[in-house]
Design a protein around this ligand. Structure first.
Ligand code: FES
Length: 230
């Protein structure tokens, strides 16, 4: 028996306070008496417990889906098809390259062999146009690379696959790889196609360094961005 502050026992069955039939009482018998069922609390608690469990299950399910979603979202983002209605110039002379946070790219930002997804500094009509900035030793470039479009070992190419518009997000050695259908591009040779279904190179962006050491475009991509185009 458990005592309470007012001296009553918590084990005592209350004699009043039960709901009556009009209140939807779970009473025994059909004799009109409003005798409280000894199962009322049990079933009431049981139902409440079931509801709590159902609620907990629902929350767990939602939580699980959210967790899966949080994993899937970034993965899908890697191969997300680039869509834009704007068809005018993406870059123009003097437009700065910026990272995902909007910070301009200093000359020393990348080491040889590194790459970074950059964008044109925001201006009307264009908010984000993913561009792959790569850096290699200047002497490694050749083939189809427009050397006059490179600066300080940096070259920039559209990140939008020319096959079906997925993001060219993977690397295999120096080769840029599109995860959708394994399109392969050589950044040391103008991002020419070296494997898979793409029919043309990733267009190269002409870049230079500003007087204060930040990467700038000197014009737009030298070819159409994404699928289609010549
Ligand atoms: S979309 Fe890149 S290989 Fe198909």
């Amino acid at each position: 028996m458990t005592g309470t502050d007012d001296g009553s026992s918590a084990d005592e069955v209350p004699t009043s306070g039960w709901p009556d039939a009009d209140d939807g009482c779970a009473c025994e018998g059909g004799d009109g008496g409003h005798r409280p069922s000894i199962y009322q609390n049990f079933y009431g608690d049981h139902r409440a417990e079931m509801e709590r469990r159902d609620y907990a299950k629902a929350l767990a399910t939602i939580g699980g889906l959210t967790a899966i979603g949080s994993l899937v979202a970034p993965l899908s983002g890697l191969s997300k098809v680039f869509e834009r209605e704007y068809t005018g110039p993406v870059y123009s002379d003097g437009v700065a390259l910026v990272d995902g946070e909007g910070s301009r790219i200093e000359e020393g930002r990348l080491g040889e062999g590194e790459q970074l997804t950059v964008f044109p500094e925001s201006h009307p009509g264009i908010e984000r146009a993913p561009t792959l900035l790569v850096r290699f030793a200047e002497g490694e470039y050749g083939g189809e690379t427009k050397s006059e479009f490179t600066v300080g070992g940096y070259a920039a190419y559209s990140k939008v696959c020319t096959h079906a518009g997925c993001m060219v997000a993977d690397r295999d050695g120096t080769t840029l790889v599109c995860p959708c259908h394994s399109g392969r591009f050589d950044p040391l040779s103008g991002a020419m196609v070296t494997g898979g279904p793409p029919a043309r190179s990733l267009p190269q962006l002409p870049i230079t360094l500003s007087s204060d050491g930040y990467l700038l475009a000197t014009g737009d991509f030298e070819g159409a961005v994404g699928p289609g185009g010549a």
